[in-house]
Design a binder for this molecule. Structure first.
Ligand SMILES: *Cc1c(COP(=O)(O)O)cnc(C)c1O
Length: 469
């Protein structure tokens, strides 16, 4: 049998896909029960993957079997309800199922003519996101791999527009001899924004840093005087405290002088789609570009980031470097690649569409407000148990100190992680090592919270008992 014949058989029999489905369903049941973080044994056994590159064609069933037997136990069970690490989201069942179906389609999202269905659903998502988040009517969306990429696109558009306003065509003339651009950022700006600043050649030494208050919000009175050479970087959702910068006044000042404002709202922008938490994003519609993830708060599968920008010409020209959208679109329809740095891309917007279609406005509200409520419960119960809560829990993030002694705090965090009961990560807040909790999954129940609080208490007791010995 030739390789092609062999694969044709696999395709027709569909046994492989049924095998994968069986494993996936076993995993889905197990992930909710087992240790959140893989056991030491599971991680040790990963060594079995360190094989020589096979000389010959393999057996597909055996490959899947190996992956499930050794891979599944070494995954982090973040689809369960007690994963609070980083700001990773869960996955809505409808989006996972959509991903399965569309995996069989294997669409390329670059051009409408490559995938009419993807182009249509990207257009629908663009429209729905504008409506949900109350963004200006001329806002366009690029569907990229994550917020890091979205920030990069937003700042590239900003750079194009600001130079254009100063009669400098950045695509043609580049950096050499260009007028200076001023970058204004808060002290608590996320690392992904800093990375984009460096990648785009603005230079980290050129950032004009603005002090933040005790919640990590930019202090508007500390803002320098803005002018038309400024890019201002604000955030909706501080990665530690979950706090939101004050958008209203800063955006008004920026707009008065033609400065550009980008708001990084990787997980926090969704507050703008709720009733109860919408006040946090007041004034955000006055910015020029916004970055947000589907794969965090909205619980779509990875990788799903969105760049929203109300200056289509700046975005498309910056990303295509050809002015393509003005002259040489491949069709009259929406070509997704005009709004992204890539050409070929997977059809991630279809999962986003499924999430928005399924949730609707009320579902987005319930999902996001639910995360906030669980975070409040977590912080209140920890506080009652004698842990110190270091932030105002305005959204889904909780900063905890388990001990005033940093080393003890670290030991307690590690004991929580080792317990397998839940998983929380560390961060640094006001120069001190702390424990950070992010409630970011639809799965998390009040029972998951109480159980996790118990894990905190047990970990503290065991670390203190060990110290006293
Ligand atoms: C996660 C995060 C990012 C980076 O997003 P990715 O999707 O991981 O690229 C940027 N900013 C904030 C505030 C974040 O929480």
């Amino acid at each position: 049998m030739t390789l092609r014949e062999k694969m044709q058989r696999e395709q027709q029999l569909k046994e492989l896909f049924k095998q994968a489905q069986g494993y996936a369903f076993d995993y889905a049941d197990e992930a909710l029960q087992r240790n959140v973080f893989p056991s030491a044994k599971a991680i040790e056994e990963l060594d079995m993957f360190a094989e020589e590159l096979p000389a010959n064609t393999g057996d597909a069933k055996a490959i899947l079997e190996q992956l499930h037997r050794y891979g599944s136990p070494a995954s982090v069970a973040q689809t369960g309800g007690r994963y609070f690490g980083f700001v990773n989201g869960g996955i809505l069942p409808v989006t996972l199922a959509t991903k399965w179906l569309t995996d069989f389609w294997d669409q390329n999202s670059a051009l409408q003519v490559m995938s009419p269905i993807t182009a249509k659903l990207e257009e629908v998502c663009e429209q729905w996101l504008k409506q949900l988040l109350d963004l200006p009517e001329n806002t366009v969306a690029g569907f990229v791999s994550g917020t890091s990429s979205a920030i990069f696109c937003g700042l590239a558009a900003a750079r194009y527009r600001i130079y254009q306003n100063h009669n400098w065509d950045f695509n043609q003339q580049g950096h050499n001899g260009a007028p200076p651009i001023r970058i204004i950022a808060g002290r608590q700006t996320h690392g992904a924004v800093i990375k984009a600043i460096a990648l785009l050649g603005f230079g980290l030494d050129n950032i004009e840093w603005v002090d933040a208050d005790d919640q990590g919000r930019i202090i508007p009175q500390q803002m320098p005087t803005l002018d038309s050479s400024c890019i201002v970087l604000l955030q909706a959702g501080n990665v530690n405290s979950g706090s939101f910068d004050p958008f209203e006044a800063i955006c008004a000042n920026a707009n008065a002088v033609d400065a550009w404002v980008h708001i990084d709202g990787a997980f926090g922008l969704w507050a703008g789609g709720t009733v109860q938490l919408k006040h946090l994003t007041a004034g955000m519609e006055k910015a020029h570009s916004w970055s947000v993830d589907g794969h965090k708060t909205l619980n779509t599968p990875y990788d799903s980031g969105i760049l929203l920008c109300r200056d289509k010409e700046a975005l498309v020209t910056a990303l295509q470097a050809t002015g393509a959208y003005l002259t040489s679109s491949y069709s009259d329809s929406r070509d997704g690649m005009l709004y992204t740095p890539e050409m070929s891309r997977r059809a991630r917007a279809i999962e986003l569409w499924a999430a928005l279609k399924y949730l609707g406005r009320s579902g987005v509200d319930e999902l996001v407000v639910g995360m906030h409520q669980r975070a409040r419960e977590f912080s209140e119960q920890l506080n009652d148990a004698g842990f110190e809560i270091l932030n105002d829990v305005v959204f889904n993030q909780v900063i905890v100190s388990a001990s005033s002694d940093e080393a003890t705090n670290q030991s307690i965090m590690e004991a929580i992680q080792k317990s397998g009961e839940c998983w929380v990560g560390g961060s640094v807040w006001k120069g001190k090592k702390v424990i950070r909790i992010s409630v970011c999954s639809w799965v998390t129940t009040p029972e998951d919270i109480s159980r996790s609080v118990q894990a905190f208490i047990h970990a503290r007791d065991s670390v203190i008992a060990a110290c006293e010995k």
